[in-house]
Write a protein that binds this ligand. Structure first.
Ligand code: SAH
Length: 219
């Protein structure tokens, strides 16, 4: 039974990668490899496991969601991950995005505002075999100064603007992927830092849960 179910998930995983990622605009071989390897079913609640590979976000408790696979892939591809990169993720949630990043590079730091989700993300990453990700419960709009500067920052919650501390904690020539806009809809931005200036590129429209903290939305 166990094996049958695992086979079924690995088939669903392959289909998700082909139909939802490659059939759209996900071409990075490293990203595709990561999505073929990380078991998304381990990052969704038991009760919605059969929908783990659906083309939509899923509730993970505390009013939060695990993003749709395509959006995670798009953000990861835009961030242009390299093996030696030191990456900061804001919004650990289920831990899925952190696991994808950990598959692709050496150092991943992830900040989550809700203690219960920080613990969930940590447990899910361990179950999936990613023990090296470091998690912290705190306000991610202030970054994680202890390990700064970062090559790449990925923000997985929607902000009214680009939080200042996150730009400060980004290396020169570093990149940030962040949804910026209103509470209902946002633009997914790729932000490059060059000579202490930022250059912004819009990737697409999107819908994320709010980034709540000192330098974003109020609780
Ligand atoms: N990356 C996650 C998706 C997370 S949804 C995944 O792969 O599953 C966005 C998350 O951001 C939520 O868990 C929410 O609690 C968290 N969040 C919101 N504001 C935050 C803040 N200021 N600092 C850290 N996390 C925050």
């Amino acid at each position: 039974m166990q094996n049958l179910q695992e086979n079924d998930f690995s088939e669903q995983r392959k289909r998700m990668v082909h139909e939802q990622l490659m059939a759209r605009d996900i071409y990075s071989e490293d990203v595709i490899k990561a999505f073929l390897s990380v078991k998304r079913e381990l990052f969704v609640p038991e009760s919605s496991r059969e929908h783990a590979y659906g083309d939509f976000p899923l509730a993970i408790g505390f009013g939060q969601t695990i993003s749709q696979p395509y959006i995670v892939a798009l953000m990861t591809q835009a961030a242009d991950i390299f093996k030696e990169a030191r990456i900061l993720e804001i919004g650990s949630g289920s831990g899925y995005q952190a696991a994808i990043l950990a598959y692709m590079c050496a150092e991943v730091y992830s900040v989550e505002r809700i203690e219960g989700l920080k613990e969930l993300a940590e447990q899910n990453c361990s179950k999936a075999g990613f023990f090296a990700v470091r998690f912290k419960c705190g306000d991610g709009t202030l970054g994680w100064p202890e390990y700064a500067p970062y090559d790449i920052i990925i923000v997985t919650a929607a902000s009214p603007h680009i939080p200042v501390e996150l730009v400060n904690q980004l290396k020169d020539n570093g990149r940030m992927v962040i949804p910026v806009g209103g509470l209902a809809v946002q633009d997914l931005l790729l932000v490059r830092k060059k000579d202490n200036k930022t250059i912004k590129e819009k990737l697409c429209g999107c819908r994320f849960v709010p980034l709540i903290g000192e330098d974003a939305w109020e609780d």
